[in-house]
Every structure is written in structure tokens, then in C-alpha cells.
Design a protein. Sequence first.
Length: 229
Amino acid sequence: MIDLYYWPTPNGHKVAMFLEETAMPYRIVPVNIGNGEQFKPDFLAISPNNRMPAIVDHLPLEGGAPISVFESGAILLYLAEKSEQFLPLDIRGRTEVTEWLFWQVAGLGPMAGQNHHFSRYASEKVPYAIERYVKETNRLYGVLNKRLVGREFIAGAYSIADMATYPWVVPHEMQGQSLDDFPHVRRWFDAIRARPATVRAYELAPTFAKSDHPPSNIVDAHRPFPRPA
Ligand SMILES: N[C@@H](CCC(=O)N[C@@H](CS)C(=O)NCC(=O)O)C(=O)O
């Protein structure tokens, strides 16, 4: 059983998408980042950077004490290695997936995050910052579009690189981007959006977003909605 410390944000969706694809048993432990729950000592013990997502694997492959993992890229790698899914075993395929996974966690994620901050959330409108991050997001979408020419997914078969990237393309309008300008991204985006596991992962979101008080402290993600009180 995996505990997923989660709130419905792009980084949270990544891990939910993976768990729904593999049907690994998991429970959601809500971390309401709007209420400061990311600063609670119990959470900091597993995620010292006070960010979600994080996981705790109570049944590590090698046995022994539970393993906790923070940082979405590290979590996706851990789960892919454990399940032997969505990460090729051969060194060439594996390297391509990890390149693009790191591209997302070090590039698209932080740049689009700054874009969201300055375009939407900052109390002061700073045109220089807005322009800088909208342009950088645009450049990164162009890189992704080029990568997807002649490829169904980012690194061959559907992989953790796609799962890391997709949730950051979902808010493309808020980022000042139009998928009309990136036809290969649009095709890729539509294909991932239609996957049943993606649909299930995103169905989790409203349950948490609507309320500061999720139905219970620990929610069984495989129970039908609405969640039991
Ligand atoms: N590099 C981290 C980023 C995680 C992150 O920024 N999480 C945000 C939500 S998307 C968060 O927990 N924010 C809480 C805060 O800012 O205090 C990862 O990829 O997991």
C-alpha cells in the first residue's frame, strides 16, 4: 500500500496519473497547502522541502521499514522502478525518459509555475516578469512540439516523462499559450487526456478543491464518489 500525500495541483496530478495507470493500491492523505498543512512536523518528516506530493511505500520491494519519497520526479522514478512500468529497462530508452523527466521537473514545471504566479496570483502586476515567463513557457512548448514530431509520446511509449509533463500543459490558457500554435502538442495532449487513468486521476481533484475539509483524513482512492464522510 502506498500513501500519496496529495493536493490537486499539477505536481499532485502526476503521481495520481501514475498510480491510476498501474492500479497499484494507494490511499490519499490530503495535504491542504492552502491551509498550511505542508508545514506540519509529520509531513516535514517525509517531505523536508514543505512541498507535496510525497509518498510512503509501506511494502518496499526489499522489505524492511517503509520508504518515503519527496519530489515528483523522484516519486515517478521510484514507482516506475518498483512496478517495472512506464520506464524502459534498456539503457537507451531509460536515458531518453529520464532526460525528458528532468526537462519537465527542472524546466517546464518551474517556468510555468513562475508564469502562473506572475500572470495570475501576484498582487502586483510586473510586466517584465509576466513577459519573461510567458515567453519562456512558449519556448518550452516549442521544444516539446518539436520533440513530438513523428512521435506518439515524448520518449517512445507512454512513460513517466509524459505523466510529468501533461499536468503542466493542462493550464496552457492560463500560461498565455494556444495549442493551435503547437499541433503536435495538441495531438499528444488529447491522447493523454482521453486515457481512462488520466480521467480517473483528474476526477480526484474536485473532491479536494471544493473544501478545506476533505471527507476524511485518509481517503481510499479506489472507492466510488462521492467519498464517504
Ligand atoms: N519540485 C517539486 C515541486 C512541488 C511543489 O511545488 N508543490 C507545490 C504544489 S504544486 C506545493 O506543495 N506548494 C506548497 C507551498 O508552496 O508551500 C516537485 O516536483 O515535487
